[in-house]
Design a protein around this ligand. Structure first.
Ligand code: FE
Length: 175
């Protein structure tokens, strides 16, 4: 009888303790004219607003959140895109603009700094209405539909240095 009573009290206290557990703090979120975001630990879920330019929005986001290194992935839709093809053998690059509705089937890239300034390295693959795809370095693209981006903040400095021999801004882990 006594044991049963003590057990009941213990269960009651345990139940109270479970109920008293503080719930998870509300996730940090915010919004500007270019994007809305939610922060989950070191990860940001970013929604670029319709008709906004992706690279400008991502730069503004990284500046505002002080993301100095990290990775970027995304999907969505655009109706204008300027892509760059870099020929490292000739050290020349060419840019081409596409003005049509395109699926952003993949955006992948990273965040680092070059001489302390924010540096985004972005590659993109875009699907056309005939289900073929184009791709290259993303210079600019205008969202026409959704722009769903995930940014992981590595929270560590990551500098680049221009390599004269190759003509590329390589990661520089000595910095
Ligand atoms: Fe590249």
């Amino acid at each position: 009888m006594k044991r049963g009573f003590l057990l009941s009290v213990a269960l009651l206290l345990l139940h109270g303790a479970v109920l008293a557990q503080p719930s998870a703090p509300p996730a940090e979120s915010g919004e500007t004219a270019l994007y809305a975001y939610r922060k989950l630990g070191n990860r940001y879920i970013v929604s670029i607003k319709n008709q906004q330019e992706i690279v400008a929005a991502l730069k503004a986001f990284c500046q505002a959140q002080r993301v100095r290194s990290g990775s970027i992935t995304g999907i969505g839709a655009v109706n204008a895109a300027t892509l760059r093809f870099i020929d490292t053998s000739s050290r020349r690059f060419t840019e081409k603009m596409f003005s049509e509705q395109l699926e952003m089937t993949n955006l992948s890239g990273n965040v680092s700094t070059l001489d302390g300034a924010l540096y985004l390295h972005l590659h993109i693959t875009l699907g056309r209405a005939d289900y073929t795809a184009i791709g290259g370095h993303l210079i600019a693209a205008t969202i026409n539909g959704a722009g769903e981006i995930v940014i992981d903040d590595w929270q560590s400095p990551l500098e680049r240095t221009y390599d004269e021999a190759v003509g590329v801004n390589f990661y520089d882990f000595k910095k």
